[in-house]
Ligand binder design. Structure first.
Ligand code: PLP
Length: 693
């Protein structure tokens, strides 16, 4: 049993085993060119013809055209080229064609991009017109009615890839018919194949592109339907294959595989029924509701594909949700696959007028009609584990008491960070330079840990922390009167290494003191003894910038780490006394083989997982590594760096999901003077899959 649960079926799917067999047979034995007249060619031609006939029956093509091609993006180009060439001819003949190229606001990007491209290339100069959708994701029919008389072409999808919302094609058709519109009509049927009944020739649809890889066929194979009588211009000409509709020797492996999938669809013995799929969605939705309090589904289930769930969770970003699911080996996507690299809001959810937090924080969970009850049950169990991991890390509210956190917590965002100084024993904390972006996170953390905030300090004067204090609740924050930097007016003092006295604050066994430097302040944290904070005992110094920390000379020791709150280079922290050049290059990065060699040569080496605590918790039982893995999230790196530098040095190998975060950690430790720091390149994503424990 593999441990990966693939819930990203709208992005692509695995290939049906029977389709793999068919493709392999076509490549290994029946490899003839279907255009050849010898026996090898004839055998290949049979496969091609059978796939064609099956597709025509299944899609109800009637007298229309059906051609195999490379996928939906190609199908969309062919369809739009065909329609726009015909429009240009009519325009040149002086026929009124309308001025608008209308497309649904939630179309896949391939549609508006191709519309703009061919409109420009063909010199048509029509206007692209985005047709709005309603809050439920359905096309706004009133808006369509308002523009249909000017529409030269209308593009609407059958089902949306991000939300699974099923368009009301019958209603769109009736708007087109009632207005006796001459507009051509393209319907992107990519997400509908295998999930909705299609009888294309019985509709007014002119063009319908399909893609094999969304339904258990390989990537690089697709189909295009063109209604009988609708204009057609081939995109690719040459040897005249596919009845001269799409030249180029056919992708026979892809066609054989897609043909096998279509045959299975037609037989009706392979894929789950609509009712079974709906039941799977219900189970997943229940598991999500139980694990992630407040989860909101971003589309109405009653008119969505039963195989898609799109949701957002208050207080959690899509990055955090993606990370926790990925850690539990549940593959989901944020927004659409194409934009997953950027945490940009989803244009589909924006078009449905969802608030920004829902649109930017959305997760799509999608499965295919081959899903089975065991996989869904396993997915539900993992969703529950993800919820528990997020709760224990205080990212979502929890009724259970949490393990108290101790030490430093650094929350970073774009070159700046907030510092939290935590003391588990006294259940109290001090905040330094809290950023407005972290208000919700700090509030959730403090509330869930049930900490009392002793002080909210700033390294520069006059910062307004009112919003944070309100969020924390006045009862959670010390009421002692404070100065312009937030320092509470308390009598305690400590003697610093250079003999000067400084105001002090007790944080459990540690002492915090401040030092003026022009209008700025530095905060010094260490273990004071007999009222003295020696240079050797000074562990951390907090300043606005690293440069500003020059004023600390004479107070810091070899072990002291400088912790800036403006950290443009994302350094985490720097050594106060020396700094090794930033290390890059191959020696810093280990691949799997180099890691195995290092572990053999240095069994004492420590493997450190720098993913967030909730990712570690969600994946603890699944990690495929032999050696024990210690969890030290990047947000805790500074605290632990101090320990690793002071203890006898053993090699440190940092590990994360993809190798990015671990590289930063290894670079930081080398800079701090730990030369045996490494990063596992490619991260856990490239590690071999483990068996579920
Ligand atoms: N249309 C929709 C609705 C899709 O989901 C996709 C793929 O994501 C495409 C078009 C493009 O399909 P292909 O990748 O086969 O070109």
């Amino acid at each position: 049993m593999t441990t990966e649960i693939y819930l990203d079926g709208n992005a692509t799917s695995a290939v049906l085993p029977a389709a793999i067999e068919a493709a392999c047979r076509t490549m290994g034995q029946l490899y003839g060119n279907p255009s050849s007249s010898h026996a090898s060619g004839l055998k290949a031609k049979v496969i091609l013809d059978q796939a064609h006939q099956c597709a025509r029956r299944l899609l109800g093509v009637g007298e229309g055209r059906l051609m195999f091609n490379s996928g939906a993006t190609e199908g969309i180009q062919t369809a739009l080229l065909s329609a726009l060439v015909a429009l240009r001819e009519r325009q040149q003949q002086g026929v009124a064609i309308g001025s608008l190229l209308v497309y649904g606001a939630t179309e896949h990007k391939a549609v508006p991009e191709a519309l703009a491209h061919w409109n420009r290339l063909l010199g048509l100069n029509l206007s692209l017109h985005k047709l709005p959708v309603q809050a439920d994701g359905l096309h706004d029919l009133a808006a369509l009615r308002a523009c249909v008389s000017e529409a030269a072409l209308v593009c609407t999808m059958a089902a949306n890839n991000e939300t699974g919302v099923i368009s009301d094609l019958a209603a769109i058709q009736s708007v087109l018919e009632q207005s006796a519109s001459q507009a051509y009509w393209l319907v992107d049927c990519v997400q509908a194949l295998g999930k909705l009944d299609l009888n294309l020739a019985a509709t007014r649809i002119d063009y319908a592109p399909f893609s094999g890889h969304k339904l258990y066929a390989p990537k690089g194979i697709g189909m295009l339907y063109v209604r009988a009588g609708a204009p057609f211009t081939p995109l690719i000409v040459g040897g005249g294959q596919e009845s001269a509709q799409r030249s180029g020797t056919e992708n026979m492996a892809g066609i054989a595989a897609l043909g096998t999938v279509l045959a299975a669809l037609e037989r009706g013995d392979t894929f789950r029924s609509h009712a079974e799929l709906e039941d799977y969605r219900r189970q997943l939705a229940e598991a999500l509701r139980a694990a992630l309090p407040g989860v909101l589904f971003n589309h109405p289930f009653e008119h969505s594909l039963p195989t898609t769930l799109n949701f957002s969770v208050p207080g959690l970003s899509s990055r955090e949700l993606m990370d926790v699911f990925d850690a539990a080996q549940v593959r989901v996507s944020s927004g659409s696959a194409c934009s997953a690299a950027k945490a940009a809001p989803s244009y589909v959810l924006d078009a449905m007028q969802l608030p920004l937090w829902r649109s930017a924080g959305a997760i799509r969970m999608s499965f295919g009609p081959l899903a089975d009850a065991a996989m869904i049950a396993d997915a539900c169990a993992r969703i529950s584990r993800c919820g528990a991991a997020l709760r224990s890390a205080c990212l979502i509210p929890s009724a259970q008491p949490n393990v108290a956190h101790d030490g430093l917590l650094q929350l970073g965002v774009e070159g700046a960070c907030s510092w939290l100084l935590l003391d588990a024993a006294s259940r109290s904390c001090v905040l330094i330079d809290p950023l407005a972006e972290h208000t919700a996170r700090i509030e959730a953390f403090v509330r869930c840990q049930n900490y009392r905030v002793q002080a909210i300090l700033n390294t520069t004067p006059g910062q307004d922390n009112g919003e944070l204090i309100d969020a924390l609740g006045r009862h959670a924050v010390s009421r002692v009167a404070a100065d312009a930097y937030g320092w509470p007016e308390l009598p305690e003092q400590v003697l610093l290494a250079d003999g000067q006295r400084a105001a002090a604050l007790r944080l459990g066994s540690r002492t915090l003191a401040w030092l003026a430097d022009g209008s700025q302040r530095h905060y010094l944290l260490g273990q004071a003894e007999q009222g003295q904070l020696s240079a050797a005992a000074l562990r951390f110094a907090f300043s606005t910038t690293v440069a500003g920390a020059a004023a600390l000379r004479g107070l810091t020791g070899e072990q002291t780490l400088l912790c800036p709150s403006r950290d443009e280079q994302n350094q985490f922290c720097v050594a106060s006394q020396h700094s090794a050049p930033c290390a890059t290059g191959s020696s810093l990065q280990l691949d799997q083989t180099a890691l195995a060699q290092l572990l053999q040569a240095h069994p004492e080496a420590r493997l450190i997982d720098v993913r967030e605590e909730f990712e570690f918790a969600a994946s603890a039982k699944l990690l495929p590594l032999a050696a024990p893995l210690h969890s030290v999230p990047l947000s805790r790196l500074t605290e632990h760096a101090a320990d690793w530098l002071s203890a006898p040095q053993v090699p440190l190998v940092f590990i994360c999901r993809s190798g990015n975060r671990s590289l930063k950690a290894a670079q930081c430790l080398r800079r701090l003077g730990h030369p045996d720091s490494y990063s596992l390149s490619g991260g856990l994503a490239l590690a071999p899959l483990a068996q579920a424990a």
